[in-house]
Design a protein around this ligand. Sequence first.
Ligand SMILES: [Cu+2]
Length: 299
Amino acid sequence: MAASTLASTPVPANQTDNFDTFTIVVNDTQPIWVTCEQAAGTAKSHCGAGMVFAVNCGADGAPNSFTNFKNSALAIGQQLQSAASSSAAPSASATDSAVVSGTVTIPPAPTESVVTATVTVESSTWTTIYSSYPGSPAATPVSLTGATHKVIVGSANGSLTFDPPSLSAAPRDVVTFEFHQKNHTVTQSTFDAPCVAKAEGFNSGFMAVADNATDFPTWSITINDTAPVWAYCAQHKPDGSSHCGAGMVFAVNPVDTSARNFTAFKSLAQAFNGTNSTGATGTGSGSSGSGSSGNDSGA
Ligand SMILES: [Cu+2]
């Protein structure tokens, strides 16, 4: 459909009645994406603060979900805010500087871009908006159902490992974790705090597996975009040290050419020794169920 715009109509703060209205007619079942243009392109952008609306968007978990749309808007808002706060700086963008925490240096965050792409798979076509980093994989899934990637967590010899420790996945792909011996988790974190559960991130909860088990529980996440997803095991050893601090970390779509590659993530987990920069320990909540990934910009 053609774009529709209502010019900004100021409403006094004390008005309680006779509000202006604006009507659009929905002509088909395609998604319609709507934003408030007030202060567009500035740090005070209403859109960047999440003032967006949609008709017929995809279900949560789909690439064109409202959650992804709003998060894209919020990510742009954050970029506008950091650009505004660093506009006095000579050249480099606000995300280009490394953070030093004690003796540990956290590499700078890459500049995330929000990409709008038209994807065609198996005669289905849809528009997807996703966050992408330089070097991120393509947004086109191999099939409508996506591919399935299997990761073995732990092993019969008691290793503190995710195997493979990292992998590439396209949106719609599923990563299935198969839990082997000991009692591990897969818990989403952030690059900056590898061993601390990310707020509202996914969490398998603890998966206890007996030494003589031959049947292994599984737990899956669906990948929603191409940006890196960081995770760790929230278990601690009897001596109190953590599996994460021993290097039991995992990533989807880390960018090898970035300073924030998987090796850097694992090194950070080991350097913090299972704690974050403020010394808090990462613990799992023990909840279970299936999760989804990548709908936030906190990587
Ligand atoms: Cu573990």
